[in-house]
Design a binder for this molecule. Structure first.
Ligand code: NAD
Length: 360
């Protein structure tokens, strides 16, 4: 049955990188008869300019109807001074919450060819391949009560609530165990169960769920140790699962191990595995329109889409191998360039990936 893919290019470099990712998807659609139907819609600043709001009803309706979504990036200085309620970022947050995209998957992969781009020693990070599964719609970022109140003595007090119920923990646990099954079959659950009751429950439920996934080896780690281990010996990890706040921090640390934000894809999934896929970076207004943005994070987001929402792992593998091949061949956009290699722009990098797809 035909599947609908919605492209949301957004702002800044968004349209440039999504165009290249779309070319890759269209090629695979044709070569492998994937039966995908592609359409596109406005989101973010582009939608504000055209309609006055960052997430027009027609875009939200198309997103809900689609089987998977590819987003470029939203935002930029042009819309920085407008009312907070209709900023471009609200378009993205609106999509995530309206579609209940609670499962955030952020791989941190360091292609051996780019080992020198990391701030860590090449032997510590070369070949790094971690997946962080972060709960995205709960935890302390959403818990109530929250606010800033004035105490009886007149002093102000800020407060938030760190809360997860069993259903929320189980649904992110399921995403993580299943992701581990598709990879190296090792899952590390990160918590602070020595201090926080909410994560005592988290740990209990992960242990209980492990009985249903006997092929996955589950371990637990406190978040402070996990932060240390990520920079000490990151290759010990396969899949990490954690709550919203710990995941926010750890996934940024893991991303930086790889050296370049232009290489990192991500996925946000709902309970049925439907997802929105996007590069980890923003709209890069400083380089927008110059034709130099690295499209590989967006192209790799297409690979994640094929693997996690469209059940086409062989097509995903082909993209990942093609990206590795173009790096072997020395193609580099400026963000990952080093002396002696072949400096290319956004379109040429897209061309190189498309050509590589025919050679693997
Ligand atoms: P950014 O990720 O856009 O850029 C940070 C730096 O990385 C810049 O120097 C940029 O040139 C570079 N960079 C980013 N992507 C690149 C790529 N593909 N190739 C080469 N270089 C790349 O972060 P920022 O500057 O903090 O934010 C810019 C705008 O993007 C803001 O309006 C912000 O709100 C928005 N933003 C959007 C998203 C999203 O849509 N998911 C995420 C983060 C930031």
């Amino acid at each position: 049955m035909s599947k609908n893919i919605l492209m949301l290019p957004g702002d800044g470099i968004g349209p440039e990188i999504v165009t290249q990712a779309q070319r890759v998807l269209e090629k695979l659609n044709k070569d492998l008869s994937l039966d995908l139907t592609l359409s596109s819609a406005l989101v973010g600043g582009a939608a504000i300019d055209a309609t006055g709001v960052p997430l027009p009803d027609v875009t939200l309706a198309a997103a809900k109807k689609a089987d998977a979504i590819l987003l470029g990036a939203v935002g930029g200085p042009k819309w920085d001074k407008i009312d907070m309620a209709i900023r471009p970022e609200k378009g993205l947050l609106g999509l995530r919450s309206e579609m209940q995209l609670f499962g955030n998957l952020r791989p941190a992969i360091l292609y051996p060819q780019l080992a020198s781009a990391s701030t860590l020693k090449p032997e510590v990070v070369s070949g790094l391949d971690i997946l962080i599964v972060r709960e995205l719609t709960g935890g302390i970022y959403f818990g109530k009560p929250r606010g800033i109140r004035v105490l009886e003595n007149g002093e102000r007090e800020g407060y938030n609530t760190y809360v997860y119920n069993e259903t929320e923990i189980r649904r992110i646990g399921k995403v993580a165990f299943e992701a581990a099954q598709k990879r190296g079959k090792k899952l590390c659950s990160v918590d602070k169960a020595n201090v926080l009751e909410v994560t005592v429950l988290w740990r209990e439920i992960m242990d209980d769920m492990a009985k249903d996934y006997p092929d996955v080896e589950l371990s637990h780690m406190y978040v402070d140790n996990a932060a240390m281990q990520l920079v000490r010996a990151p290759k010990q990890f396969d899949v990490i699962v954690t709550g919203n706040m710990f995941g926010d921090i750890l996934s940024d640390a893991a991303a930086m191990l790889t050296g370049s934000i232009g290489m990192l894809p991500s996925a946000s999934l709902d309970i049925n595995g439907k997802g929105m896929y996007e590069p980890c970076h923003g709209s890069a207004p400083d380089i927008a329109g110059k034709g130099v943005a690295n499209p590989l994070a967006t192209i790799l987001s297409v690979a994640m889409m094929l693997r996690y929402s469209l059940e086409k792992p062989e097509a995903a593998d082909r993209i990942e191998k093609a990206v590795s091949l173009v790096l072997d061949q020395g193609f580099r956009t400026p963000d990952i360039y080093s002396d002696g290699l072949n400096k290319v722009g956004t379109v040429e990098m897209g061309d190189a990936v498309i050509k590589a797809l025919d050679n693997i």
